[in-house]
Design a protein around this ligand. Structure first.
Ligand SMILES: [Cu+2]
Length: 551
């Protein structure tokens, strides 16, 4: 316990000294102390002699500086990786980016990753989307100090898909991700390879983030309690760590591997010429068949596999992927303030004009067709086989495991409690090797928050608030069984309702105000603690995070 206190005290002063601590502030620090109470100090996991890896990677997280904007380089925190063993295409650095290299694995590979923490604060890396033993999942319990190494060893059990690696230390996840610590992880398998989807230069990672810079090109981060309550919203869109992201492409089909790496911002992705957006996969990999949507909602932590077909387009033609306008994801008053002028709403006075409104209409990236493409592959009409769960498959058809969202100023909770180690409640104990029906809902009841929004003050900071939360569950992916919204939700809900792709495997689901979502999730192969939390990372760090104990 004493050690835990010292750990956080040190981080507090180190960050304050580095000027990063605009972010945490004393209340966050105090909350962290509460949440960390009772968290034992664990020995970092070491390599085991009977594990024979196919792939071995040294992964370092450390402070760095990157040229993002013209002028002064930006101080960031960054992952650097080195391949010690395995196929040469395992790591691909994104040029000029603070993001970690794109990792590429094959289903069935045995993987060892040696995480070296060279940050001036504790960290641990979580493999968002992977199905790995609890000890390999990057639980905050295993956070390591500067100079320490944590060895991960696991077999890749996931099907083909795009996953994320990012830090997961309690109360500092948002800050570390915001300052640059994140990367994409692709998994390939035989089922996917048979489809001969666009690969090589025709497969493009698209990691979307929002950031805010000061006059010296340095990252500005959540300085106000409001930023923690609502989430932090930057005024610059970066794709793969770059501003004004542009692609020169051939007139053929591409595969865009899209990931929302923002801490809080939700996107409503659409093509500016109003052609449908074609989705072939989500968080947990390929869909059974492509779906065509007017727009797609993408919340923090979610992924999309997009078929972007420019075949038949003239050389010289241009396209823009935009985030289209929507409403209802923030409490009414906050949304109006942030829509009218986020910078003032956040108490910031910058040079770049108004902040990007939450739910505003703005460009994400631009594309120009600069050359003729040849041999463009056709869009497969069947993609993958998904064994669909039915109610008869679950252990608890009449008693869904609740995930109740409660939203009050200063306390964002799940199932009525903030994060605390060793605080697993009866409803959070999951029998090993079962498939569970689960229900995610707003504790105040359907539609309550929406009617609050109409009332104006009801959505204000001082009273009941309801907002959208991307809820992420660690461990195996789940399937979405149903999505229902309260009667009052229609006005705002209409601006997002066609944008959900619920047909495939998911690990993060956007829960709109007033919505109830039923999911079916397996808890197989491994026992131990698996987290569930809001992937609005500011909410997560406020305590909107809990453990399931699979036992
Ligand atoms: Cu949340």
């Amino acid at each position: 316990m004493k050690q835990t206190v010292n750990l956080f005290r040190r981080r507090f002063f180190v960050q304050a000294g580095a000027g990063l601590l605009a972010s945490a502030g004393l209340p966050g620090w105090v909350r962290a102390m509460e949440g960390m109470a009772g968290m034992p100090k664990m020995q970092p996991n070491k390599a085991s002699s009977d594990f024979h890896p196919d792939v071995e990677i040294d992964l370092v997280c450390k402070p760095a500086a990157v040229q993002i904007l013209p002028g002064q380089p930006t101080a960031v925190q960054q992952y650097f990786a080195q391949l010690r063993k395995g196929p040469a295409n395992t790591l691909a650095v994104l040029p000029g980016s603070y993001l970690g290299p794109v990792m590429r694995f094959e289903k069935g590979q045995k993987i060892r990753i040696n995480l070296h923490n060279q940050l001036d604060e504790p960290s641990i890396t979580h493999w968002h989307g992977l199905h790995v033993p609890a000890k390999m999942d990057g639980h905050p319990l295993y956070a390591i100090d500067k100079g320490q190494t944590y060895v991960y060893e696991f077999e890749m059990l996931n099907r083909a898909g795009m996953n994320i690696y990012h830090p997961h230390p309690h109360d500092a996840t948002a800050s570390q991700v915001y300052h640059g610590l994140a990367g994409a992880m692709l998994v390939n398998d035989r089922e996917e390879r048979r489809l001969e989807l666009p690969g090589g230069e025709y497969e493009v990672p698209i990691v979307i983030q929002d950031r805010q810079f000061d006059h010296n090109n340095q990252l500005v981060y959540a300085g106000h309690m409001r930023d923690r309550m609502l989430g932090f919203y930057g005024d610059r869109i970066l794709v793969n760590g770059l501003p004004d992201f542009h692609l020169d492409l051939a007139s053929r089909a591409y595969r865009f591997r899209v990931l929302n790496g923002s801490t809080a911002r939700i996107y409503k992705l659409a093509w500016d010429d109003n052609s449908p957006i074609t989705v072939i996969g989500t968080d947990g990999g390929l869909l059974e068949a492509p779906v065509h949507k007017p727009y797609v909602m993408l919340a923090p932590g979610e992924r999309l596999d997009v078929w972007a077909d420019f075949s038949g387009r003239k050389v010289g033609s241009q396209f823009v992927m935009r985030s289209r306008s929507f409403s209802g994801v923030l409490p009414g008053m906050a949304e109006r303030m942030m829509t009218m002028g986020g910078r003032h709403a956040q108490g910031m006075h910058g040079m770049h004009g108004m902040a990007l409104p939450v739910g505003g209409d703005f460009p994400i990236l631009s594309i120009r067709v600069t050359r003729q493409g040849h041999d463009s592959p056709p869009l497969p009409n069947k993609l993958a086989v998904i064994d669909r769960y039915r109610l008869r498959d679950v252990a608890n058809p009449d008693r869904p495991v609740p995930i109740a969202i409660s939203e009050r100023p200063m306390s964002m909770l799940l199932n009525g409690r903030p994060y605390a180690y060793n605080d697993v409640q009866p409803g959070e104990r999951i029998p090993f090797n079962t498939v569970q029906l689960m229900e995610i809902f707003h504790a105040a009841g359907d539609g309550h928050g929406m009617s609050g929004m109409r009332g104006g003050m009801g959505g204000g900071m001082g009273m009941m608030m309801s907002m959208a939360h991307p809820i992420h569950l660690h461990g195996q992916s789940f399937q979405i069984l149903s999505r229902t919204v309260g009667m009052n939700g229609n006005d705002h809900y209409a601006s997002v309702r066609e944008g959900f792709v619920d047909d495939g495997w998911k690990d993060t689901v956007l829960v709109m105000p007033g919505e109830r979502i039923k999911i079916i999730k397996p808890f197989q192969d491994f026992k131990g603690l698996y987290m569930y939390h809001c992937h609005n990372l500011e909410h997560e760090d406020m305590g909107m995070m809990r453990d399931f104990s699979v036992e």
